[in-house]
Design a protein around this ligand. Structure first.
Ligand code: COA
Length: 260
């Protein structure tokens, strides 16, 4: 792994933890965070030893407090459009072939919430706070928030969050289905790693195909989605891991998956 200025990447057996490391700026996403994270994701995408990725923010106060607002001063419509037409961090997470968990340890605002929404699962601490505050800056979300939030929690709830810019707390986020689990901050890492390791034990190709199938659900109609599911299900039958999973069940032992 190359060394980075604004992020750290730690490999804990089959789980990689990518930490956005600008705690003095509440881990706001500047251009360098975007660039370095995309590079790290490209690396982790190819790394066969890594089966699950966890995204988090440094410190105990903030996951990510949004886009770095200081960079908005210099942005023109054209430069902003070019930036989001590049290979963005949001798209890199969305297309990452392995499960990605957002471990949300505090403020999860604007682009931070959009980053979390691009992940597959979201786990947060009790002190986490969520919002899309762009409206307070005369902006709207531009990293997928308007689309992903509405699909995940429904149009009415997403609309209120986007039109008011208000923060919601962890329990409300849980009630809305924005996060999968809420834990005391002191337990967040342990519980998230338990979940990550549980998933990392499963068959990697089946995980990838399950992800692809579920993501297709909000991007297609039911008939297309069901057809895609049948094709991906059939594809699993070409893997050694399917043989191993079935044999292990019949032989009453734990399956050992190799990602083949
Ligand atoms: N972009 C750039 N810098 C940010 C930032 C952001 N999105 N969010 C926080 N920071 C910086 C602050 O400017 C401050 O820097 P400084 O110490 O050099 O002045 C530092 O992080 C700490 O933030 P501060 O505002 O002092 O902390 P707080 O606890 O009083 O307030 C927030 C926390 C999250 C309520 C407040 O920082 C905030 O509203 N941030 C902006 C959130 C936002 O609108 N994000 C969406 C952008 S589209």
């Amino acid at each position: 792994m190359p060394s980075y200025e604004t992020i750290t990447v730690e490999k804990r057996n089959a789980v990689a933890v990518l930490t956005i490391n600008r705690p003095d700026k509440l881990n706001a996403l500047n251009k360098l965070v975007h660039r370095e994270s995309v590079t790290a994701l490209d690396e982790l995408r190819r790394d066969k030893s890594i089966r699950v990725l966890v995204f988090t923010g440094a410190g105990e106060k903030s996951f990510v407090a949004g886009a770095d607002i200081s960079e908005f001063q210099e942005q023109t419509p054209v430069s902003q459009r070019d930036l989001f037409h590049e290979k963005t961090l949001f798209n890199s997470i969305d297309t990452f072939p392995k499960p990605v968990i957002a471990m949300i340890n505090g403020f999860c605002l604007g682009g931070g919430n959009e980053l979390a929404l691009a992940c597959d699962l979201r786990v947060c601490s009790e002190n986490a706070k969520f919002s899309q505050p762009e409206i307070n800056l005369g902006l709207i979300p531009g990293g997928g928030g308007t689309q992903r939030l509405a699909r995940l929690i429904g149009e009415g709830r997403a609309m209120e969050i986007m039109l008011t810019g208000d923060m919601i707390d962890a329990q409300t986020a849980f009630k809305f289905g924005l996060v999968n689990h809420v834990y005391p901050l002191a337990e967040l890492e342990e519980k998230t790693m338990e979940l990550a390791n549980k998933i990392a034990d499963k068959a990697p190709i089946a995980l990838q195909l399950a992800k692809e199938a579920v993501k297709f659900a909000s991007r297609s109609n039911l008939d297309e989605g069901l057809r895609r599911e049948v094709d991906l299900f059939a594809l699993c039958f070409s893997t050694e891991d399917k043989q191993e999973g079935v044999s292990a069940f019949l032989e009453k032992r734990k399956a050992v998956f190799k990602g083949k």
